[in-house]
Design a protein around this ligand. Structure first.
Ligand code: AMP
Ligand code: GLY
Length: 410
């Protein structure tokens, strides 16, 4: 099978890494890809949001399956364009992608489907959460526990298009539940948690994600099944009823509150950096599953999951999320991988055989271990081998769960 991965982040590198293990894979291509993906397949200089360019590329390469990584091309309707041209695509069409593309659409659909979520507020009043309506790469959400943060959020959200959404502030632990979906069929991936805030102790602004781990203590198979029943299946059924069957990853961002689970957001794609912690644990042929979903029929396909835990730490530019880093030489990736960790590249560029920074989130370091604590130690030991000027990472990824696992309480 000839596969084209669309995107250039750590998520896409992790997808390429996993798909490259499939006996069904003939050729692996990426648009535009990154230097990490280039070590596994061929990268083509076509932007992820260039629908026409992707169409021409898929045609020229006689691609059998396109796997779309990021949300922007999905919300723009790139999956529809490809499907109409006869190419199998793993990723939802524009209408279904509105679930991520518009917070107000997602709210309306959740209400219609009877899915528990944060209550909407007609007026902003702290404590609350202020959300830009459209796509904002994880940076359009402002958590406002007090009046100062609310005033700041109201000023900042003015910089985003559309009418902001105000909702009640939920308190609890977050959980990312990603599911492969084809119409109303579902195949759950392992539960994961990501760390959205920029700094240790969940301080600082929201980011695209600073780290992740899987599995999540307390979320076993029966809890996963209950979440699918309460959240994913009603949403998929509602989309189906509206004539927009969903093909792709339906990712529910959930808060575990005292009143039960509530949905914070839906994404219509693999999470970044959750994917970098989920795929190293996945057993079985991901390519077979994505191809089956793209053809609209998951059948009785099953995917296994390793008993090992995985922890992923994002190595970011010093000024991320406000800024990024460009052109700083990166050292130590080979040494990090010698420890057994996997380094997925995101914002990197290759110039004259030298790997340089080229973005906000630059690398992801994932490590497996028999416990979360062991995976965590291994991931951080590998991080210490890598450096560039200004590199920064959170030091508390999966810390609370590692402690809880050890019975120390969190
Ligand atoms: P979203 O893009 O809607 O997932 O929001 C990004 C992050 O903001 C979430 O992962 C949470 O950390 C936080 N967040 C969003 N909505 C709420 C809420 N209603 N209450 C508390 N935190 C929230
Ligand atoms: N890790 C959050 C996201 O992918 O949106």
């Amino acid at each position: 099978m000839k596969v084209l991965i669309v995107g250039s982040g750590g998520r896409e590198h992790a997808l390429a890494w996993k798909l490259a293990q499939s006996p069904r894979l003939g050729e692996l291509h990426a648009a535009p890809g990154n230097p990490g993906i280039a070590a596994l397949g061929n990268c083509h200089p076509v932007r992820a949001d260039d629908g026409e360019g992707l169409l021409a590329l898929a045609h020229a390469l006689a691609i059998d399956l396109v796997v779309v990584g990021p949300e922007v091309p999905l919300v723009a309707g790139v999956a529809d364009q490809l499907r109409h041209a006869g190419t199998a695509v793993f990723g939802p069409g524009r209408e279904a992608a509105m679930l991520e593309g518009s917070k107000s659409f997602a709210k309306e659909l959740m209400l219609a489907a009877g899915v528990p979520t944060a209550k909407d507020l007609s007026e902003p009043a702290w404590p609350c959460v202020v959300k830009a309506d459209g796509l904002a790469a994880g940076k359009g959400v402002f958590v406002c526990p007090d009046t100062e943060s609310l005033s700041r959020a109201l000023r900042e959200v003015e910089g985003f298009p559309g009418k902001p959404v105000f909702e009640e502030l939920l308190v609890g632990e977050e959980l990312s539940m990603l599911v492969l979906a084809a119409g109303e069929e579902t195949l759950a991936l392992a539960p994961a948690q990501d760390f959205k805030r920029a700094y240790d102790g969940d301080q600082g602004p929201n980011t695209g994600g600073m780290g992740s781990y899987s599995p999540v203590p307390g979320i076993g198979q029966s809890e996963v099944e209950a979440i699918l029943e309460q959240v994913h299946r009603p949403v998929l059924a509602e989309l189906n009823d509206r004539g927009h069957p969903f093909i792709g990853v339906l990712y529910a961002g959930l808060m575990r509150t005292d009143e039960g689970l509530k949905v914070l957001e839906f994404n219509v794609r693999f999470g970044d950096p959750e994917t970098q912690a989920i795929l190293p644990r996945l057993e079985g042929d991901l390519l077979e599953a994505l191809a089956a979903a793209a053809n609209g029929d998951l059948g009785d396909l099953k995917l296994g999951v390793s008993d090992q835990a995985c922890v992923t730490v994002v190595l970011a530019a010093g000024n991320y999320p406000a800024g990024s880093d460009k052109g700083s030489p990166i050292t130590g990736i080979a040494a990090a991988e010698e420890t057994g960790a996997i380094v997925f590249q995101a914002g990197t560029a290759m110039r004259d055989e030298t790997l340089l920074t080229s973005g906000g989130r630059v690398l992801n370091v994932s490590a497996l271990g028999s416990t979360i604590a062991e995976a965590r130690e291994r991931a951080y030991a590998a991080c210490e081998k890598i450096s560039w000027e200004g590199m920064r990472y959170r030091t508390d990824i999966a810390l609370a769960s590692a402690k809880r696992e050890a019975g120390e309480g969190a």
